[in-house]
Design a protein around this ligand. Structure first.
Ligand code: BGC
Length: 458
């Protein structure tokens, strides 16, 4: 079969997150977030970049929605900034923050674009960090209060809600290695944060249900782990890497249990989950959001790291500007594996995309050519099509990202957008990958035979 037709009603979207695109982080009575604070620490973000302006999406959202419409998209994954709604993280609700997101939602709906809202995409209110942030067990209640306030206001118009984006990244980047806000470096803290994130997820789902949210999910970044060899050492290291990055979050949310390898891996930093913690984290979900960028090939390494493993670079394949191997085969397999494992759980690809260095925009030329990003996009849509053809239950695809934005600690140095942003002038220029995506969306179909990135693949 050379062509795969996506079902009618498939969600075709692009994704962004609040701190990465909005700018004006303190507008309309908002409180600072941990990213606002982190961005002020010297050296925390490359080149001293901040989200103070970002893509000015806070005011330019009508123009950006116009671009979505031009690309023919019918969905938009966005996040809400918690500290715009609760400047102190909890307590007094800032209705001006809710008013803003209501305007965005209404503007999307007016163009026939369905918002898919993530409640937490890493920008914790700084005031809550002052109370311990993800280390404080009360955070599940604070998150529930926030989720309820947002869903009470927007739940009549927004169908899809996700609680958290990528709890693993929060744990690993924010609390273990300190490269992301709040910049802590503690094994014991990382273990506690992981559990509290999943407890908050559960409480968020409960709050969403109590406020009659239509469809509620969780977004996980799942990076399939492949062994570098079939040696028992490499196989065991691969299993540990998978337990740490993937199963640590999949299992509590979807099965109400902790992966059996984790207590030993965390060692003396392990902090036990109670039965109540597991019950809270394990809520019925309407969808699982899957963020997929790359796989990792893993070898055993005798060191003191949690996973006692190291990634083995795969130079035979295209590598993106973030150093990630382009490997769509793992995307196909991941979606199929998840659908086989959880047959009743619909999947949404909530992020997929790539950073590559773009050529400068030529004045007067309306489209920016970006062949590597275009190739990545097509190859992954083909992989998605193959997975669905074999039975993967996928309801939507959101390209990361609509626009070039603030790539966290890497600042504006990495460009993931379908649309180029000149961060001085804020001018948007569509990339060829964006137009290619638009043509696939319009056809509702993809040819599954081109281009073959890995002709000699195993
Ligand atoms: C995050 C995005 C990020 C992207 C590319 C995901 O981990 O959800 O915020 O920009 O990957 O690194």
């Amino acid at each position: 079969m050379n062509e795969f037709k996506f079902h009618v009603g498939f969600s075709w979207g692009s994704a962004t997150s609040a701190y990465q695109v909005e700018g004006m982080p303190l507008a309309d009575g908002a409180g600072p977030s941990i990213w606002h604070r982190f961005s002020r620490e010297p050296g925390a973000i490359r080149d001293g970049d901040t989200g103070d302006r970002a893509c000015e999406h806070y005011t330019r959202y009508p123009e950006d929605i116009g671009w979505m419409k031009q690309l023919g998209l019918n969905a938009y994954r966005m996040s809400i900034s918690w500290s715009r709604i609760f400047p102190e993280g909890k307590g007094t609700c800032n209705t001006r923050g809710l008013d803003h997101y209501e305007r965005v939602v209404d503007a999307l709906l007016a163009k026939g674009i369905a918002p898919n809202i993530t409640l937490y995409h890493w920008d914790l209110p700084a005031a809550l960090d002052d109370r311990g942030g993800w280390l404080n067990p009360d955070i599940s209640e604070w998150f529930g209060e926030y989720a309820a306030a947002v869903i009470q206001r927007l739940g009549d118009r927004v169908t899809h809600w996700a609680t958290l984006n990528e709890p693993w990244v929060v744990t690993d980047g924010g609390y273990l290695f300190g490269v992301l806000a709040p910049g802590h470096r503690s094994r014991a803290e990382a273990c506690i944060a992981a559990r509290n994130l999943m407890r908050a997820h559960g409480r968020g789902v409960q709050a969403a249900r109590a406020n009659r949210a239509k469809s509620v999910g969780l977004v996980l970044n799942i990076e399939p782990k492949y062994p570098a060899s079939q040696s028992p050492e490499d196989l065991a290291a691969t299993a540990r890497a998978d337990a740490y990055m993937n199963e640590q979050f999949i299992l509590p949310a979807l099965e109400g249990r902790v992966h059996e390898a984790l207590p030993k891996m965390w060692g003396e930093s392990w902090s036990e989950w109670t039965a109540a913690d597991l019950a809270l984290a394990h809520q019925p979900l309407d969808f699982l959001g899957v963020n997929y960028y790359t796989r990792s090939v893993v070898a055993h390494q005798d060191d003191t790291s949690l996973t006692r493993s190291r990634p083995v670079p795969q130079t035979q394949h295209m590598i993106s500007d973030t150093g990630w191997e382009v490997y769509p085969e793992a995307f196909e397999k991941l979606l199929l594996d998840l659908s086989r494992r959880y047959p009743k759980l619909p999947l949404m690809v909530t992020e997929n995309g790539s950073a590559f260095v773009d050529q400068p925009v030529t004045p007067g030329v309306p489209v920016l050519e970006d062949p590597p990003r275009e190739a990545y996009l097509i190859a992954h849509l083909q992989a998605l099509a193959r997975a669905m053809q074999k039975g993967a239950n996928v309801k939507g695809y959101y390209a990361w990202s609509l626009i070039d934005n603030l790539e966290w600690a890497l600042g504006f140095s990495k460009r993931f957008g379908l649309i180029h942003v000149d961060h001085q002038t804020q001018k948007r220029t569509v990339k060829q990958s964006g137009l290619r995506y638009a043509s696939i969306v319009k056809a509702g179909a993809i040819h599954r035979v081109e281009p073959d990135l890995h002709p000699a693949e195993d």
